[in-house]
Write a protein that binds this ligand. Sequence first.
Ligand SMILES: Nc1ncnc2c1ncn2[C@@H]1O[C@H](COP(=O)(O)OP(=O)(O)OP(=O)(O)O)[C@@H](O)[C@H]1O
Length: 80
Amino acid sequence: MSNETELKESNIYINWLENSITNEYYTYYKYSEFTNLNPIGCGAYGKVIRANWKNTDKLFALKIFNNDKTTLKEVVNENF
Ligand SMILES: Nc1ncnc2c1ncn2[C@@H]1O[C@H](COP(=O)(O)OP(=O)(O)OP(=O)(O)O)[C@@H](O)[C@H]1O
């Protein structure tokens, strides 16, 4: 597959994710609202970090995905 085709396909997944956030299918949290970030794991698609939200006791597991087409495709397919 050519680089141009790869890029076009990646953009389809990125647009899908951005539209899902715009349409509020997902709750959007700003990364800067998280504190006490601690790495807790690693999966096939990236790292997982435990964090508090807005200095509360509320704990989140944040997934940081690798920025490549295969990962984006898997993330979109898992959430579709
Ligand atoms: N909600 C969570 N609470 C606590 N730990 C978590 C949570 N989500 C992920 N982890 C930790 O991060 C690791 C990686 O999680 P992730 O979901 O990315 O991968 P996985 O499902 O274990 O494997 P794969 O990436 O192959 O699907 C887990 O094995 C676990 O140790």
